[in-house]
Design a protein around this ligand. Sequence first.
Ligand SMILES: *Cc1c(COP(=O)(O)O)cnc(C)c1O
Length: 225
Amino acid sequence: MSIKDHIKFYQQEVEPFGARLIAVSKTHPATAILQAYEAGQRLFGENKVQELTDKYPALPADIEWHLIGHLQTNKVKYVAPFVSLIHAVDSEKLLLEIEKQGARVGRTIPCLLQIFIAREETKFGLHESEALALVTGPVVQALRFVRIEGLMGMATLTDDQNQIRQEFRGLRRLFDDIGKLPLPAHVRMKELSMGMTSDYRIALEEGSTLIRVGTAIFGQRNALN
Ligand SMILES: *Cc1c(COP(=O)(O)O)cnc(C)c1O
């Protein structure tokens, strides 16, 4: 199947759930992205700032670029002018830098808080208690150029479908719990970014609103990515 066919397939997969597909194009060239674009795909995800800032000016202006990977504070300035959603905010320090860069470019920057849900030591993310403290605390309260739109998480890399489901379910529960709290106007639980090539189905069943699919659309990446 072609990239176009894959896009059509995954768009049909998300539709009954009212979710949206992010085509994760990291490591793949502009030509591949254009094929997906021609199939109607507009949301693309990249995990590296350098690669994202290289691709952005070379591709159609109505693409919504999602930064899905870990973001270092010193690189926020490069994506602040155009990024549609930063998925992996995992510290107060990073939020404050996004605030600063949002103010500089005069944009309110949409973000998700990355929550640690996997039974692995290597993944980034906030623990539930940290996320709760953050969204109800004074630092978030004072933000003017950041909008927190929801949560993001990555399940453990395992064949145990039940474990993956429990991890996604836990994230959905936190999303719902935070959504019931009294929150500032610029914090809302609207988007839940969970699910990738290997586990997107479970994620949709557990209430994901944004799935991030790369390999199944564009093919294998090299081992370093
Ligand atoms: C690469 C990546 C994906 C996509 O992974 P696939 O298994 O290729 O679908 C999703 N989310 C993040 C954060 C990624 O870095």
